[in-house]
Design a binder for this molecule. Structure first.
Ligand code: AMP
Length: 187
């Protein structure tokens, strides 16, 4: 089963992705984690993207798409992909469609965790204390939310007509969101 978790930064996609990984024996494909790893390893890509990431701006579609490809084609991860934070633009959504066709896969469920800006700001402030992420200061949070509204929201229109698209109230408690997701999984 392949799943996309979709929603603004701080909506709880990472938390639900980790649950789904356990439940379905899946693999979390977090482009945020993949990009942070490039920075940690100080690779050429890492050097290119560090400022963008710290400013809360999107990394170019070209870089993200190139890093994603190996995961989609990885035979171990096939049919067990839990996308967290990808796709975030129409270009990325179209790229994912093409990669899925080429690798003979499809998306079974798209979960849209919908949360308002106030709740997100509160949550990310808390996460900053817990995880010490350098891109979690308030200005960056607001910038990331604005980027989300501008670039990522159109992706909703791309997916929302699909019968496997499910909108979930992301302001609910973690367990309630998990239960809601489970009702669609039939496992
Ligand atoms: P996340 O961990 O998903 O909140 O992502 C953290 C940061 O990584 C974002 O603010 C972007 O700078 C970058 N990023 C993660 N995923 C993507 C993506 N799909 N496209 C572009 N930039 C991304």
């Amino acid at each position: 089963m392949n799943i996309i978790l979709f929603g603004p930064p701080g909506a709880g996609k990472g938390t639900q992705a980790k649950y789904l990984v356990k439940k379905l024996n899946g693999y979390q494909i977090s482009t945020g984690d993949i990009l942070r790893e490039e920075i940690k390893k100080d690779t050429d890509i890492g050097k290119k993207i560090i400022n963008h990431m710290n400013e809360g701006k999107f990394v170019s579609d070209e870089i993200v798409n190139s890093l994603l490809k190996n995961h989609v084609f990885d035979p171990i991860k096939k049919e067990k992909l839990i996308f967290d934070g990808y796709p975030r633009s129409i270009t990325q959504a179209k790229n994912l469609d093409a990669l899925l066709i080429d690798s003979k896969q499809k998306i079974n469920h798209i979960f849209f965790l919908n949360v308002n800006k106030e709740t997100i700001v509160k949550r990310i402030k808390k996460r900053k204390i817990l995880e010490k992420r350098s891109d979690d200061d308030l200005d960056t949070i607001l910038k990331r939310y604005d980027t989300y509204i501008e670039t990522t929201k159109p992706v909703l229109d791309f997916y929302s007509k699909n019968s496997n698209f499910h909108e979930i109230d992301g302001a609910m408690e973690i367990d309630q969101i998990t239960s809601k997701i489970e009702t669609f999984l039939n496992v």
